[in-house]
Design a protein around this ligand. Structure first.
Ligand code: SF4
Length: 346
């Protein structure tokens, strides 16, 4: 194990201070920062506007931890699933989802997950650690490169819907988004970024207080506590009433409509009472609903509901003036669809 510090854990000020301490000019810190973030350098030798002595001095003091795309699987629909190897050999997954004139990166925020949603493949991995800001940022850079290569345009959208619960890695996720949106990083608009959460009320309020500019999505899956708790154990401690309260707070501060991610499962939430509960819940908060096609994971016992039930949801939501989209799942043949990320090679 290399005991040198990861240079990307330092912010620009700290880098400037480092050079001052070494009796050099503070602006060298800016140059190094630009190499690390805008130019994505993985090696001090690449920093050609620095002298050999400075590059060696950096090399003596720091490492540049970076991710590697260890395995890449391409689906017949153009979706790409990446197995991303981290500096400590742990693996997470990230997915490129192509659409006409648009590419979305689905990125991970933790290695594994602690929340045990019963329908989710990632939950089986258990949480091993949080990702650092640079590890999140690097996934986006890797998918941007793939988008330019395979789709002929740059990455346009990002969703935090890969492995892990982003709000349980709050500081690092926000730092990564800062980098992604800053001019020294990728200059992406926060409006093109969506953070998807199981719905942790305290953290949703914190997002609102921190005046974030990105979009918020909540995996809802049921607007009935008893049913939601069965699928998402987190609902036992943070129930729908707490969730709603936090979302109302979010909206009052941000004026940004929340998206509910919702899968309709056969025999679980495909009845009239489920639809009515969802409609009533949505009426209490400016929102829209994404009905997501479900991809069953081996032996999990969950099955997607019949088309009839999904049509019924769409009809009732629209009748109540609630925006609803039906999202077809992508990359099913390579286990890259929602809820399928579990470090399984093809
Ligand atoms: S659905 Fe999300 S929060 Fe739930 S276990 Fe899977 S990765 Fe974790």
């Amino acid at each position: 194990m290399d005991s040198k510090q990861d240079i990307r854990a330092l912010n620009k000020e700290q880098l400037r201070d480092f050079f001052v301490l070494k009796k050099d000019k503070a602006f060298r810190g800016n140059q190094v920062y630009e190499w690390l973030w805008s130019k994505g350098a993985h090696d001090f030798e690449a920093m050609t506007n620095l002298s050999k002595e400075i590059r060696k001095m950096l090399n003596d003091n720091f490492v540049i931890n970076h991710i590697e795309v260890d395995d890449m699987q391409q689906s017949s629909d153009g979706t790409i699933k990446n197995a991303i190897k981290l500096h400590d050999n742990l693996v997470v997954e990230s997915v490129l989802i192509p659409a006409k004139n648009r590419t979305t990166a689905c990125v991970s925020s933790q290695v594994g997950c602690s929340l045990n949603c019963t329908f989710c493949a990632t939950a089986r991995l258990k949480k091993m650690r949080n990702l650092n800001p640079d590890e999140i940022y690097d996934q986006v850079v890797a998918i941007d490169k793939q988008s330019r290569l395979y789709q002929n345009h740059k990455l346009s959208n990002i969703v935090f819907m890969g492995m892990g619960e982003p709000l349980l890695n709050y500081n690092n996720v926000l730092k990564a988004i800062d980098k992604i949106t800053s001019d020294e990083g990728l200059s992406m608009s926060p409006r093109r970024i969506t953070l998807s959460t199981v719905g942790l009320p305290k953290m949703i309020k914190k997002l609102a207080d921190d005046e974030v500019k990105f979009n918020l999505a909540v995996s809802l899956h049921s607007a009935i506590d008893e049913i939601r708790s069965k699928m998402m154990p987190i609902n036992e401690t943070s129930n729908l009433s707490d969730l709603l309260d936090s979302l109302q707070y979010w909206y009052s501060k941000t004026k940004s409509r929340v998206t509910f991610e919702y899968v309709v499962w056969k025999g679980i939430n495909d009845k009239k009472k489920d639809i009515e509960a969802l409609v009533q819940f949505c009426k209490k908060i400016p929102s829209k609903v994404n009905l997501i096609e479900y991809n069953s994971i081996e032996e999990d016992g969950f099955q997607q509901a019949d088309a009839k039930a999904i049509d019924y949801y769409v009809r009732e939501l629209e009748r109540n003036n609630i925006i609803v989209n039906v999202r077809r799942s992508r990359g099913k043949d390579i286990d890259a669809a929602c809820g399928q990320l579990a470090n399984k090679k093809g």
